[in-house]
Design a protein. Structure first.
Length: 391
């Protein structure tokens, strides 16, 4: 397990807190914390059977200790649960104080009562569902070129040589100008980033980049849906924005272009990636320079589009937060150290510095460079999505 020795216990506690929230799957959490699925299952098993104390190292610790719940108290807890099957740990613990046979000092905490009930099969754990993004119904209607570009991977398809082609498309949302249709071997950051770099060098930068929530553009279980690719976009001065999950119509202009692209370039598909790219290039030239567009008053995208004045930076410079911010480095596991705790941010920001601006007592706005990521509540030790937090 790659956690540093001094922070193993706090990391495990953070892992369990995220798991108990019900917003993440075990697979996603293990990936975020950099541990194996087997290790994650063992941590959860120890927690569910023995409580928080079990998260520490077991090495030389005695099997029994003075604070262990007495058997008579455990029996009383189980008796009350059988008698009142719908009552929770808090109410059952309150009943123990009324039992004259039990000393008050022997009554465990509410958490321990809950674990005793769970260990004896009297609490059925609810399934841990995947974190869901609440629909925000965003509206994207730029009035000038380069305000918003959109990017997407049109669904992969087999070429005649039986190999897959993953077309990456990048379009200016206002002028409908297609910057690129690139057939890639894989739809990941490593293959798509060079395409974006080439586009930015030739055409400058947009203010925002609109995409769906799929990789490599977005991650539904990450704060602000961040990925390594979207973090890079922030570093060069572009704000990533996203459609609601399951709502492709929010990027309808791009989707309509995809339908035409599919009809023209995949029926039939090319013999190989080279011949398929020839089809893409031909479609892009015709779409940009020959095809009149009704939304553009029958002009072509090339007649409407203008090059962005924002140049692609050759060097990504360090970001200096103003004095009102507290700068914190994100660890390799995606957390920041806050006093004696580790606060989860996102592994996509590992090694980067974020800024926290206090806006109320114990309440901070969290930024990466110029982009607001969320709201940190010092009391709950958690960073919330902006739309999920009520000031």
């Amino acid at each position: 397990m790659p956690w540093k020795e001094k922070s193993v216990l706090s990391q495990k506690q953070k892992f369990i807190a995220c798991y108990e929230s019900g917003k993440f799957t075990k697979t996603d959490l293990c990936r975020e914390f950099g541990i194996s699925r087997v290790t994650g299952n063992e941590i959860i098993k120890r927690y569910e059977t023995e409580g928080w104390d079990a998260l520490g190292d077991k090495s030389s610790a005695p099997r029994r200790h003075p604070n262990q719940t007495k058997e008579t108290v455990k029996e009383a807890i189980l008796y009350q649960r059988n008698k009142y099957p719908r009552w929770g740990a808090r109410k059952i613990r309150a009943l123990l104080f009324r039992d004259e046979k039990i000393e008050n000092d022997d009554i465990p905490s509410e958490v321990t009562v809950n674990h005793i009930l769970k260990k004896n099969g009297m609490i059925v754990s609810r399934g841990k569902g995947r974190r869901r993004i609440e629909n925000q119904n965003p509206y994207f209607d730029p009035t000038e070129p380069n305000q918003i570009w959109s990017c997407d991977f049109k669904g992969k398809f087999r070429m005649q040589n039986r190999q897959y082609c993953n077309p990456l498309t990048v379009v200016d949302s206002m002028s409908r100008y297609i910057f690129a249709i690139e057939g890639l071997e894989r739809a990941d950051k490593e293959h798509s980033k060079p395409v974006f770099e080439k586009i930015f060098r030739e055409n400058g930068l947009p203010e925002k980049m609109h995409s769906d929530n799929g990789p490599p553009f977005g991650n539904a279980v990450s704060l602000r849906r961040m990925t390594q690719l979207s973090v890079w976009l922030m570093e060069i001065g572009i704000i990533p924005v996203y459609s609601d999950p399951g709502h492709p119509e929010q990027n309808g202009r791009h989707e309509r272009m995809h339908r035409e692209l599919k009809a023209d370039c995949t029926r039939p598909a090319g013999k190989n990636l080279r011949s398929q790219q020839y089809k893409f290039n031909k479609f892009r030239k015709e779409y940009n320079t020959e095809r009149p567009h009704e939304a553009l008053k029958m002009k072509t995208p090339a007649e409407v589009h203008i090059r962005s004045k924002r140049e692609y930076p050759r060097i990504i410079r360090d970001w200096d937060y103003e004095k009102r911010f507290q700068a914190k480095m994100v660890t390799v596991n995606g957390a920041i150290r806050w006093k004696n705790d580790l606060i989860m941010v996102s592994s996509a920001l590992s090694g980067k510095y974020i800024g926290l601006e206090e806006i109320d007592t114990g309440i901070f706005r969290v930024y990466y460079r110029m982009v607001e990521l969320g709201i940190f509540n010092e009391r709950t030790k958690r960073i919330y999505e902006i739309e999920d937090f009520n000031l």
